[in-house]
Write a protein that binds this ligand. Structure first.
Ligand code: F6P
Length: 334
């Protein structure tokens, strides 16, 4: 691509994630450093359709680095899925003189990015979702903060479960992926973790694990359920039917998406924003900026959308191995 980018748009789309603001700030400040003007598009792709924008300069992104949510608001746009909607978005780009758009979000955001790029507007994607389910990037902005929030909540639940000698069934987000659930499950020392990537065998994955924990001396049990597996309420009922105990069910819900981004998310978001604009300034577009190991990589959007990331099942093994009790009873490895 041999194109000079003079003015770019930046937007956040889909579910918000802690660190989105840090990415917006980095995009704007890097653009300023390269002499590129920046326009914030509010409410994601829908904002591009509606010409809903705000001109941004270095000062207008001050004091947002540590703030959760997104100053640009976000939305999931049905209209952008239609050709008519996208044509209106392209018209906005032409009207505002946007030579490219930086889109911060998850899978749905990047589907939109690909569609727009095919209509002649160069786009760069920055992966931001608490689900960590973007194939082309080891890491997505917001995941670490969301994990820490969930761990903090579940530690509190454990205190009361321990006092009352109860079973807690906690549902965490993640859409169709179990990254959040498994990571959090290891971090809180869960009795059992249910993820969509592993076919559920209720007797083996829940009943036997609670039973083994009880035989080993535990009187409280922590079961983490990824939302992609199904309802934690149903899992709670099935536990009651199978063993007779009455679990308390907690759905953590959107609390996992809020809060100040932690250091990892601020740092990653800042580097991603920087590399996104650097790519544009050097004449490259239609990419997603992701991480591989500790490094930033650029992957063409179309290729990036084909890439898959699999849950590391060896982590599941780690989780199961940690159920070795004080009395020395382990769940046999299988
Ligand atoms: O993709 C992020 C996410 O928080 C998922 O984990 C969850 O399934 C979904 O968004 C919830 O979406 P909404 O905010 O529209 O309820």
């Amino acid at each position: 691509m041999d194109k000079k980018f003079r003015r770019i748009g930046v937007l956040t789309s889909g579910g918000d994630a802690p660190g989105m603001n840090a990415a917006v700030r980095a995009v704007v400040r890097t653009a300023v450093a390269y002499g590129i003007e920046c326009v914030g598009i509010r409410r994601g792709w829908q904002g591009l359709i509606n010409s809903d924008f705000v001109v941004l300069d270095a000062a207008s992104v001050g004091h947002i680095l540590s703030r959760g949510g997104t100053m640009l608001y976000t939305a999931r746009s049905e209209e952008f899925l239609s050709e008519k909607g996208r044509a209106r978005a392209v018209a906005t780009c032409r009207m505002l003189g946007l030579d490219a758009v930086v889109a911060i979000g998850g899978d749905g955001t990047f589907q939109g990015a690909l569609a727009l790029s095919k209509m002649g507007i160069p786009v760069i994607g920055i992966p931001a979702t608490i689900d960590n389910d973007i194939g082309c990037s080891n890491y997505t902005i917001g995941f670490d903060t969301a994990c820490n929030t969930a761990v903090d909540c579940i530690d509190r639940l454990r205190d009361t479960m321990q006092s009352h000698e109860r079973c807690s069934v906690v549902e965490v987000m993640g859409r169709n992926a179990g990254f959040l659930a498994l990571y959090v499950g290891i971090a809180i020392g869960a009795t059992a973790v249910l993820v969509p990537e592993r076919e559920l065998n209720f007797e083996r994955d829940v009943v036997e694990r609670i039973r083994n924990a009880r035989l080993a001396g535990s009187t409280h049990f922590m079961v983490v359920v990824a939302e992609g597996v199904g309802s934690a309420v149903d899992i709670g009922k099935r536990i009651h039917e199978a063993i007779g105990i009455e679990p308390r069910v907690t759905v953590l819900g959107h609390i996992q998406r809020g809060g100040s981004p932690n250091a990892r998310d601020r740092e990653t978001a800042t580097r991603m924003g920087y590399f996104a604009v650097k790519a544009l300034a050097e004449g490259r577009g239609n990419l997603i900026v992701g991480t591989r190991g500790g490094d930033m990589v650029e992957i063409p959007i179309e290729e990036a959308l084909q890439m898959q990331k699999h849950l590391q099942m060896d982590r599941y093994q780690v989780l199961e191995t940690m159920s070795v009790s004080a009395a020395g009873m382990a769940t046999p490895l299988r």
